[in-house]
Design a protein around this ligand. Structure first.
Ligand SMILES: Nc1ncnc2c1ncn2[C@@H]1O[C@H](COP(=O)(O)OP(=O)(O)OP(=O)(O)O)[C@@H](O)[C@H]1O
Ligand SMILES: [Mg+2]
Length: 292
C-alpha cells in the first residue's frame, strides 16, 4: 500500500518555498521541484493527501515538455534521480518520479491561460457580459461550448488567494508588449499542439494554464504543463454541451467539499478514504490515457 507524501523536510538542502502542491529547494544554481501529494481546493490546501498525485503530475508534465519542446524551451534539466547531485543521494526514493531539477527562472507574474471551450470563470464572465477577459465572443454560446477558435485569457499570479482574469492590454501593462505577445503566441501553439495529441486519445483539453519565466534572457516554460491541476481534461465520449463536464481532476474533492458546511477558509476538512481513493484513481486514469 502506498502512502501519501504531504511534505518533505530535507535537512542539508535549502528550502526556498512550499507552494500549494510543490516543495522547492535550491541546489546550487538549480531548483529541485518536488510535487507532493497535497491537494488544494478553493485555494485551500487540505490536510489529506491524494496517493500518487505528485508522481502523476510530474510524469504528465514531462510528457508534454517533450512534446512541445520544438515550440518553446522549458526549465527541465533532468528528472532522472540517478543524475541528481550527490547531496540528494539519500532522498532518491522520495524524489523518484515526482521531482525535477530545473533552471532557476525569474517567474513572470502572469498566468498564461488558453481556452478552447467555455467553462469555469470564463463561462461565468460570458454569462454576465458576453466576454471572456474582455474578449467579445459570439452570442448564444452555452456552458462548455467549443469556441470558434481558442482564445488567450491571461490572469494575474496572485501571491495569495484567487488569481484575477485580466485583459491582454493589462498583460502588456504588466510585462511589456513584446513579452506579452510572445507568451500569447507560444501558449496558443502549445495548446493547439497538445489538443491535437489529446484528441487522438479521446480527450478534450478545454483549457489550460501555463507559467513562463526568464532564464539567461530567454523566455522558457516553467512549473507544470498540461496536468489535471492546470487544465480541464474532458472525455470526448461523455462531452455534452449546455452543462458542466466531469473533468479528470479533483472535482470529486470539490463536489464532496460542497456537501459540507465549510466556509472555504483554513483549515480545510479531512477527506474520507473513499473520496481520496477515487480521486487518486482519477489522476491515475488520466496519466494512463495521456501517456499510454
Ligand atoms: N523553473 C522555475 N523557476 C522559478 N520558479 C519556478 C520554476 N518552476 C516553478 N516555479 C514556481 O514554483 C512554484 C510551484 O509550486 P506550486 O505549484 O505548489 O505553487 P502554487 O501554490 O501554485 O503557487 P503559486 O501561486 O506561487 O504558483 C510556483 O510558484 C512557480 O511559479
Ligand atoms: Mg502551481
Amino acid at each position: 500500500m502506498s502512502v501519501t507524501l504531504l511534505e518533505t523536510n530535507f535537512q542539508d538542502v535549502r528550502l526556498i518555498k512550499r507552494g500549494k502542491v510543490r516543495d522547492i529547494y535550491e541546489i546550487g544554481n538549480m531548483f529541485l521541484i518536488i510535487a507532493t501529494d497535497r491537494v488544494s481546493a478553493f485555494d485551500v490546501v487540505l490536510p489529506t493527501g491524494i496517493v500518487g498525485k505528485g508522481k502523476t503530475l510530474t510524469q504528465i508534465s514531462l510528457f508534454w515538455f517533450e512534446k512541445v519542446k520544438d515550440i518553446v524551451d522549458n526549465h527541465l534539466i533532468t528528472a532522472d534521480v540517478e543524475k541528481y547531485p550527490k547531496s540528494l543521494a539519500s532522498y532518491k526514493e522520495i524524489l523518484k518520479d515526482r521531482s525535477m531539477l530545473v533552471k532557476k527562472a525569474k517567474v513572470l507574474p502572469i498566468e498564461a491561460i488558453v481556452r478552447g471551450y467555455l467553462s469555469g470563470s470564463g463561462w461565468k464572465e460570458y454569462k454576465k457580459s458576453g466576454t471572456v477577459c474582455g474578449i467579445k465572443l459570439q452570442s448564444g454560446l452555452l456552458e462548455s461550448s467549443k469556441l470558434s477558435e481558442p482564445i488567450f485569457t491571461p490572469s494575474t499570479k496572485a501571491e495569495e488567494g484567487h488569481d484575477i482574469n485580466i485583459t491582454f492590454q493589462d498583460t502588456i501593462n504588466i510585462i511589456g508588449k513584446e513579452l506579452a505577445e510572445q507568451i500569447r503566441d507560444i501558449s496558443m501553439k502549445v495548446y493547439s499542439t497538445a489538443s491535437d495529441i489529446a484528441e487522438k486519445k479521446g480527450i478534450i483539453i478545454a483549457d489550460t494554464k501555463m507559467e513562463f519565466g526568464i532564464y539567461e534572457d530567454k523566455l522558457i516554460l516553467i512549473d507544470e504543463l498540461l496536468t489535471p491541476d492546470s487544465s480541464r481534461f474532458w472525455s470526448i465520449k461523455e462531452y455534452k454541451v449546455g452543462k458542466g463536464q466531469d473533468s479528470f481532476d479533483k472535482q470529486i474533492v470539490r463536489d464532496y467539499l460542497l456537501t459540507l458546511n465549510w466556509d472555504m477558509t483554513y483549515p480545510g476538512p479531512e477527506l474520507p478514504d473513499d473520496i481520496a481513493i477515487k480521486t487518486s484513481q482519477r489522476y491515475e486514469e488520466i496519466l494512463k490515457i495521456i501517456t499510454g
